[in-house]
Design a binder for this molecule. Structure first.
Ligand SMILES: CC(C)(COP(=O)(O)OP(=O)(O)OC[C@H]1O[C@@H](n2cnc3c(N)ncnc32)[C@H](O)[C@@H]1OP(=O)(O)O)[C@@H](O)C(=O)NCCC(=O)NCCS
Length: 174
């Protein structure tokens, strides 16, 4: 990365910048609205809502939000990586990779065992994500196998977690 980028947990002064960033990067308002709604819930963890900034301007954001994987008997706690975006003028400079890596490190430090992501098939494997069906984990809707991933943050973090991911109702807007 040639530009001077800082990555920190979000603070209130970043909220509007985060919304604007997602609107721009996704060219629609759903992801920005999703972050606003999730932020109001009790499960939201500010430390897992990371912003990348260049000279105080928000150029990247990633959110990891607690979810459950429902099994026939019981459930496993996990995190959903969503949404994530980088300002179109700053993509392909490694900022997204830095956000993913810092987020995974933070999630592990906070005691989470795994992360789930629905996303670009060629992007997430570089961080160690593998198709979630390897652990018998699937989404609650139809998607191709090569866009639904999971990663273990600790050894055997997904052992015996085969089941269906349960997203909070706020995700229904996507
Ligand atoms: C996808 C995204 C987050 C990647 O962030 P980034 O900072 O540009 O990515 P990095 O610089 O860390 O990594 C660049 C690599 O990612 C690849 N990449 C970028 N966008 C990609 C995409 N849509 N699908 C697959 N690979 C992609 C680049 O080709 C590059 O590959 P290389 O290292 O082999 O050359 C960013 O392009 C973005 O915000 N896109 C619009 C919103 C979006 O799609 N969000 C993710 C939803 S899953």
């Amino acid at each position: 990365m040639n530009v001077n980028v800082t990555i920190t947990p979000e603070t209130e002064e970043d909220f509007n910048g985060i919304t604007r960033l997602h609107n721009l990067a996704f060219n629609q308002t759903e992801e920005g609205e999703l972050v606003k709604r999730l932020r109001k819930t009790s499960k939201f963890i500010s430390e897992l809502s990371l912003v990348a900034k260049i000279e105080e301007a928000v150029v990247g954001h990633i959110l990891f939000y607690p979810i459950r994987i429902k099994k026939d008997t019981g459930e496993c706690n996990s995190l959903a990586l969503a949404p994530m975006s980088i300002h179109p003028g700053y993509q392909k400079k490694g900022i997204g990779s830095s956000l993913v890596k810092k987020g995974l490190d933070t999630a592990k430090r906070l005691g989470f065992h795994s992360v789930i992501v629905l996303g670009h098939s060629t992007y997430y494997p570089r961080f160690g994500f593998k198709p979630a069906n390897r652990w018998g984990i699937g989404p609650p809707f139809e998607v191709p196998d090569d866009v639904f991933f999971a990663i273990e943050l600790v050894k055997n973090g997904l052992t015996d977690c085969g089941g269906t991911v349960e997203y909070p109702k706020e995700f229904n807007m996507l």
